[in-house]
Design a protein around this ligand. Structure first.
Ligand code: ADP
Length: 187
């Protein structure tokens, strides 16, 4: 049975809920992303993690794999809804009751791209705002790209991504997974 991930936030008091959409590639999800989601939950009732299904961007993990990882990480957090979308973000946002787009900022280098995207989205939908959250000091250097680079070369990424992601990266790059970790991971 195909279930509607939005069903959880479509309730009687629908309009009262403050919902944010956190779009991105999440290829793969890192503790930097998770930190932003957890902090956003202090402000919003629901956060929709919206995984972009963008065929133009070459990804390491398929959308299904990314969905599975993020869903598994937030399986005990019902106010995080995990979904994927194709095409224009503003069109996807319109199908939800989200009031803002949430994005993270790590460095001034993120700013220019984010500023252009936020301005473009606002020009496509004048009611739509983007909220930026600063990265935490522990994760300002963490990006999916560097995680993939380091992991592909056999470097340790434990502590920067959840154990489930460490395992998936090792599987992708055909790196050995120690027995202890195979049986002992609490993800
Ligand atoms: P995209 O391809 O859309 O940039 P990403 O998955 O790379 O997707 O990032 C999604 C969002 O999360 C972006 O706003 C990005 O700046 C933010 N982000 C990524 N890593 C971190 C981090 N370590 N700390 C804070 N924000 C982050």
């Amino acid at each position: 049975m195909k279930c509607d991930p939005m069903a959880r936030i479509k309730g009687k008091d629908d309009k009262m809920k403050k919902v944010a959409i956190y779009p991105g590639s999440f290829d793969p999800i890192t503790y930097g992303h998770i930190d932003i989601i957890e902090r956003a939950l202090e402000i919003f009732d629901n956060v929709i993690v919206a995984i972009a299904n963008n065929s133009e961007k070459k990804a390491l993990f398929t959308v299904e794999e990314r969905l599975e990882m993020v869903k598994s990480i937030f399986k005990d957090t019902p106010n995080v809804i995990v979904d994927s979308f194709k095409g224009l973000l503003v069109n996807y946002v319109a199908k939800t009751n989200a009031i803002v787009i949430l994005r993270g900022l790590r460095a001034t280098s993120d700013f220019e791209y984010e500023f252009h995207m936020a301005s473009m989205n606002r020009s496509l939908n004048t009611h739509l705002d983007t909220l930026f959250m600063m990265t935490s000091k522990d994760y300002f250097f963490v990006s999916s790209r560097t995680i993939k680079e380091v992991a592909s070369l056999g470097g340790a990424v434990e502590g920067l991504v959840p154990n489930l992601v460490v395992r998936r990266l090792k599987e992708k790059f055909k790196l050995p997974i120690t027995k202890k970790k195979q049986i002992g991971w609490d993800d």
